[in-house]
Design a protein around this ligand. Structure first.
Ligand code: CA
Ligand code: CA
Length: 278
């Protein structure tokens, strides 16, 4: 196993980290991704720089939309986030649900707990309850720069709360009850039930009373603004630009980490209004 091989001998460990032990890129990524953060130095020493560069090179081969330099910046940003205070009793294997949700809230302005949990589940592809450095960069490539097809799959997975490959009536109700509720307003359950029925009727192309990925994709391609029909899960253009400028242009190790202080209220808007705009 990777962790055991790393402990075998320092020279072999170093060569494996630097990608000199065979040419299997995915093995190198798994090995490096499995390292605990305190095993992967992020300082300016020659060895740590080479390790980050090597990891970036391997990730770059498998993740679209980022060049090697950008992947290096994202690796460093990942480790800056990991170094924030955490529970010392828990082993660190990546960003846990709470750190990841904190990032989504402070940096991307997401506020809906159900949606943020869905984003975490979508990023955490191996379902080990941690977002590894590879999962972090792979997820960001879609969220920040993905194609429409990539974003359709991403949003669908976020909204498929129980991961059964369908968005059910109950899941729509659960997501819209929060996202359409205004501060101080009573639970708009009855109004949202009607809205769910209208939405299901419009998007359920094969009439099986639930949304498959195909149903969702066809609807989004016809009416683009329903991509985030059940809650905001992609940051707006300003948030994306701010994040990219901070991470890619200055680099997280060139200065103190500055998290956006902006806490915007949920701005999902009314699905009913969206339908009326068709
Ligand atoms: Ca994971
Ligand atoms: Ca489902």
């Amino acid at each position: 196993m990777p962790r055991i091989r790393l402990l075998m001998c320092p020279e072999k460990r170093r060569s494996l980290m630097l990608g000199c032990h065979g040419n299997n890129a995915s093995t190198s990524i798994r090995v490096l991704s499995s390292l605990r953060p305190n095993m992967l130095p992020v300082g300016r020493s020659k060895i740590s720089k080479r390790m980050v560069q090597n990891l970036a090179e391997n990730i770059c081969k498998q993740v679209a939309h980022f060049n090697k330099g950008e992947v290096e910046c994202l690796i460093r940003e990942f480790h800056v986030l990991l170094e924030e205070p955490t529970n010392p009793a828990r082993p660190i294997r990546g960003l846990d649900r709470w750190k990841f949700r904190g990032f989504l809230h402070h940096t991307f302005g997401l506020t809906d707990d159900t949606i943020m949990d869905g984003v975490f589940r979508t990023f955490d592809k191996d379902n080990d309850s941690f977002v590894s450095v590879y999962e972090w960069i792979e997820g960001l490539s879609v969220v920040l720069r993905g194609t429409l097809d990539e974003k359709i799959k991403y949003c669908f997975h976020v909204y498929d709360l129980n991961a059964d490959k369908y968005i059910s009536r109950e899941e729509m109700l659960q997501m819209l009850r929060y996202s359409l509720r205004l501060p101080g307003e009573e639970d708009p359950y009855d109004g949202i039930k009607d809205l769910v029925e209208i939405t299901l009727k419009r998007m359920d192309r094969d009439h099986d009373d639930r949304l498959s990925l195909d149903d969702f994709a066809m609807s989004v391609k016809e009416v683009n603004h329903v991509l985030e029909a059940f809650g905001t899960c992609i940051p707006n253009a300003t948030r994306i630009e701010t994040f990219e400028q901070r991470v890619f242009q200055t680099g997280p190790l060139d200065g103190a980490l500055v998290l956006s202080p902006v806490f915007s209220a949920a701005s999902v808007g009314s699905i009913a209004t969206r339908w009326q705009c068709d």
